[in-house]
Design a protein around this ligand. Sequence first.
Ligand SMILES: [Fe+2]
Ligand SMILES: [Fe+2]
Length: 428
Amino acid sequence: MPTRSIQARMEDFFYRELLNYLALAERKRRWNPFTDIPYAQANPKSSQTLAQCVETFCAVEMYLPDFTSKMLHMIRRSRGRSWFHINWGYEESKHSLTLEGWLLASGHRTEEQREAVQASLSTLEWELPYDHPRQMVCYTMIQELATFWNYRNLEKLAVKEKDLALIAGLRIISVDERVHYHFFKNTVKEWMKWDEAGTIEDLKYVFDHFSMPGRTQIPGYDEAAAVLAKTGVYGPREYIKLVKNPILEDLKLDKDFKKIEDSEERERLEADKKAALEASVERIEVNGNGHAVAKNGSGDHPFNSHAVRRVLENLHSDGSKQDAGSDMPRYANGRKRSAFLDVVGIEPASRTEPSRSIILDHVPEKLSGSRGMAQLDNALDQRLMAIGDELSNNPEEMREERAKIQQEREATRKSRMKNSRLFKREEE
Ligand SMILES: [Fe+2]
Ligand SMILES: [Fe+2]
């Protein structure tokens, strides 16, 4: 049976999870922070405490440039994780816009105050609290569940204070947070399948050193945290009851981070499964420069021409076709299933021509000349360009530009007609 490293397995997992996540988000979870929240129904009579709680969460969300950029550097080489992170950043950006919008709409804060808060928050940067990607996944999982409860509990306060705008905003945001939590929790679970002891060790380490982002950056954080704890929105009690214990339960761990086993039978089955998985996992070593090297791998560089041929032709090192019996999901022809097409729900079309990738196997090729795209100027092109222009940030400018281009074209057309008339006359 072909073996694959834990890294390769996790990479596959991240990529598939990313695509499923995006497909669902685009289909069911996209919302508009400007039009989906009834800001006009914000209650100006709501309490100072409610506004302070919103401001605290808003302040945490304001460190988004650090949450996104610093993590992105760490996970740069993982397609699934980095693309997920970019989309996650987009979703988080709407949370701070919505909370800020409510502070302004309710009259609790003026534009000047918003600017002052923004300026004071921008002086300090948030740093990654852990320097290993897996520890960061554990950290984000905990933080996302905590954030979910932050907003859920704050919504209860908003209900008491009859603020329809805040209720609507928090409900939508808390759904996003819940979905974020699941993504990270599923990742931790997957990692536990391949490296249970190491993952649990990371999880324990992160729990032992956990604090919410913003603690050392947000001015007056301790006071703000005391307000949150006093209202019952979020404090040490909620952290244990709603965050730490449920996570341990979800991961089937007891309070000492030991695996909970239902019965001896289950224990035996799990042990067998684990042994089978471990036998199929490649051992990896980390060399001096921090790069993981497969101990029992072939050592081929991905851009080595033999390796490339094998990827393109789907061959093993001995030239035989890929083993369809491996645990990798495959099509009937033995090729690896496309996670993307699985999400779309189709199978790839079959071609008789061989694959030619100019990135993997670049051979300069003489191309026949082109006289430009056929019918680039047709009515649908114009219509689509106009729609895109109208939805852009500067529709007036784009409208003027389009009109100018039309005028120039008209002028060129007229002068061409004139020229051809002159040409004809000369011929006569
Ligand atoms: Fe958020
Ligand atoms: Fe989140």
